[in-house]
Design a protein around this ligand. Structure first.
Ligand code: ACO
Length: 345
């Protein structure tokens, strides 16, 4: 059971921090993904626990999720996505200045997943580290990439979101086991012409909500102990309300900060946690689903990998063209949240 707190879940409990991108502009130059081949459908889950395809589809929008075979590492998925993003961007690994991996499911406390990706890619010129902000990790890592490029301390940064969440799932808990999946997505971020790329950011955390989504016996510091139960646990309905609210507030903030009308968003790529969360927020923002990237039906919630997995699919399907306003937005355990508005280069 989740730890109970008196946390007020509505995000209006905190002021939002947003800022315009400054300095040298940066933009996404290529995206790539890597998902495990094995798929578990809702019908498969029906045979494993007291659930139904109907409940999962109607309550979450999830139909399938890709699940890594036992022994598959986060670093392997991250490297696959990284290679495909480098190829899409036409960048050689030796030209990377920085490798950032957003993950909540590293293969161990250390070394970082990013250092192993660096080793595998043979990118000796890069500084590499992991960013941990649960499902917001990818957006936080993108913001670090933008900051380093803006201040001319890096020219080319690889940002990856990669997770093997299935090893953190308790298959006797139908409230979480049906939701999460495994996968990885990556983006190469490079210096861009003026007026293109990241326009604005909204980043935040509210540690008062730390107990809303947890993994491990955090009150006992038992992450690495023999008796630790490294299972995901969450107060689902509370997080749901928080998520809808923070999606709406973030979209409004990044658009206002960039001087772009909400109506001028060409594509919103939200963190894929629950279709009903995305749908409720899109309606309130005034975006029709033609302008929203959704692939939760195929992957479930892949935490830090979900935004790049959805963005890559949108790019591959020709849903993003040069000059489009693209909004990325995430939220997750912490509680954390992050959004950026970009002009696609
Ligand atoms: N199959 C069948 N019934 C189920 C299942 C299931 N898999 N799971 C829950 N139920 C039942 C419950 O037992 C409950 O039954 P009851 O009414 O008899 O008590 C009923 O369905 C309703 O349960 P709720 O938890 O209220 O269901 P809800 O509609 O809120 O959906 C869900 C649950 C999907 C978890 C939703 O709350 C949600 O998506 N929340 C947001 C989660 C999220 O976004 N997390 C992101 C953070 S992840 C990270 O940071 C790593």
């Amino acid at each position: 059971m989740a730890i109970t707190t008196s946390y007020r879940t509505r995000s209006d409990a905190v002021p939002l921090r947003s800022f315009k991108a400054k300095g040298r502009p940066s933009a996404i130059a290529g995206v790539g993904v890597h998902a495990p081949e094995k798929v578990i459908t809702n019908l498969d889950l029906e045979k494993m626990m007291d659930t139904s395809d109907k409940w999962i589809t109607e309550r979450t929008g999830i139909r399938r999720r890709h699940i890594a075979e036992p022994g598959t590492t986060t670093f392997e998925l991250a490297t696959g996505a990284a290679r495909s993003a480098l190829k899409a961007a036409g960048i050689a690994a030796k030209d990377l200045d920085m490798i950032l991996v957003g993950t909540s499911s590293p293969d161990g406390p250390f070394p970082s997943v990013a250092c192993r990706v660096q080793n595998e890619l043979d990118a000796p010129g890069a500084v590499a580290w992991d960013t941990l902000a649960a499902c917001t990790s990818f957006v936080y890592a993108l913001s670090i990439a933008d900051s380093f490029i803006a201040t001319e301390r890096a020219d080319t940064v690889l940002v990856v979101g990669a997770e093997v969440l299935s090893r953190m799932l308790d298959y006797s808990d139908r409230g979480t086991a049906v939701i999460f999946g495994d996968g990885a997505g990556a983006a190469v971020v490079r210096a861009a012409p003026k007026g293109a790329g990241f326009l604005s950011w909204c980043l935040g955390s509210d540690g008062r909500g730390y107990a809303q989504v947890t993994c491990g016996n955090i009150e006992k510091g038992a992450y690495a102990a023999k008796d630790a139960q490294p299972f995901i646990d969450m107060v689902g309905p509370d997080v749901f309300k928080f998520a809808v609210d923070i999606f709406i507030r973030q979209a409004t903030e990044v658009c206002q900060t960039a001087g772009v009308a909400l109506d001028d968003i060409d594509l919103w790529v939200p963190h894929q946690a629950n279709f009903r969360i995305i749908d409720a927020a899109a309606r309130r923002i005034g975006l029709s689903m033609e302008r929203v990237a959704v692939n939760i039906d195929e992957y479930g919630n892949t935490s830090s990998a979900s935004i790049p997995l959805a963005l890559e699919e949108a790019v591959r399907k020709g849903r993003v063209k040069s000059g489009d306003h693209v909004l990325l937005a995430g939220f997750g355990s912490g509680l954390t949240w992050g959004a950026t508005l970009m002009k696609w280069a």
